[in-house]
Design a protein around this ligand. Sequence first.
Ligand code: BES
Ligand code: MN
Ligand code: ZN
Length: 466
Amino acid sequence: MEIKVVQDAKSIESDILVVNKFEGENTTNELANKYAVEQDNFKGKFGETYLLPTYGKEVYKKVLVLGLGKKEEFNPNKMREAVAKAVKKCMQMEAKKVSFSLDGIEFDYSEQFTMGAFIADYAFDKYKSEKKDNKVQEVYVQANADIVSKAEKIAAAMTFARNLANEPAQFATPTELANIACDFGLDTKIYNKDECEKMGMGAFLAVSRGSVQEPKFIHMKYQVDNPKKKIAIIGKGITFDSGGLDIKPPSSMLTMKDDMSAAACILGVMSIIREFHPQVEVHGIIAACENMPGCSAYKPGDILTAMNGKTIEVDNTDAEGRLTLADALCYACELGVDEVIDLATLTGACMVALGTNAAGIMGNDEDLVKRLIDTADRNGEKYWELPLWEEYFDSLKSDIADMKNTGARWGGASIAGVFLQKFVKDVKWAHIDIAGTAYLEKPQKEFIKGATGAGVRTLLNYILEQ
Ligand code: BES
Ligand code: MN
Ligand code: ZN
């Protein structure tokens, strides 16, 4: 899809002209006012649509009236959702050229318009032998061309992340992620198993041991002269989570190819970062491996030593993400960065607590957490802060090691958070649990079933705003 900024969308020859309608107001289109509003009493409630033919009397073949609800309740996030609705309707009708004539919107809608259009115009059909030919090819709209172009890049990074997270685990292996990371023209270092061993990454390597897939520790670097700030972003990269010897039941294992969604997010961000040339140094870090129950798999009761020398007694091999992140956090803390932000499909508990619309966020710096929540909010994601109270560590206490990896069931997202905190040293840190938001089992808002590219919009905008 391509978005073309024009002066007058109504004069473009198109398959569908989309016009907006606020509740209690008319549209700018006479046909729509006469037939939809007057004759058919179309109210224009948020997300409602109404389709009209033009019988060859106009340069556009049809008019789609798009309800935006009450004007005083309308905002950029609703803009994005509404555009996605309209684009999906257009896809159903296999419209290839769509023009949008938007009127009476009291803010610059360019960014969220673009995001909504691209999020909706998505399918993962590479393994279908018969592909639907329903993508919208051209969109015409009156908007700010610079902002549209910025949003197009962010949307492309999201699509990249969605494609990668939707990819089956048989293809999206640790080695494949490492190869992809090397394609971005960044200064990238891939550490193999032996090199990880030398660095003392005993927690990460233990998780990888049950699989025939070789683990890869990925470090991508975006550098500038005199950076305003240095940030490390880490993504959990479990390319398949079977649970290990504490194997998952089939229904829970079914979607576990998505356990590298956070890694896909980091790769999406790093894939496009150079095009924005932000004045910040950004390190993208992924400890990639599979969690499998092969004959050399790590076992409940094993004691692992992480890169910072802390020892961990394994009380459940399915709490593997925090083990891989432990070493990734130690590594990141040695880079001399100002901030470390990790993302992970970490706990079912976070999903139970917040559902599939919101991610959990925790951290050791209130300002960093607040700024991330605010950035998410303005860009269509929801982050909700969860506590990191000391008490959460109680169930992680071990009689024979410095800590256990799993602990109690209740408060699982925060328990995982305080576990991670033990591997964070002298740096501002935030942890974002995207277990609920990264992968949808049914369509939700702008998204179809499958990967959502969670984190990409927020991280990129956060980096650009430094
Ligand atoms: N990858 C899962 C978490 C997850 C669950 C992500 C559902 C997406 C959807 C993680 O590795 C895991 O297995 N967590 C366990 C932890 C438990 C053993 C403490 C969980 O949440 O059940
Ligand atoms: Mn697991
Ligand atoms: Zn996992």
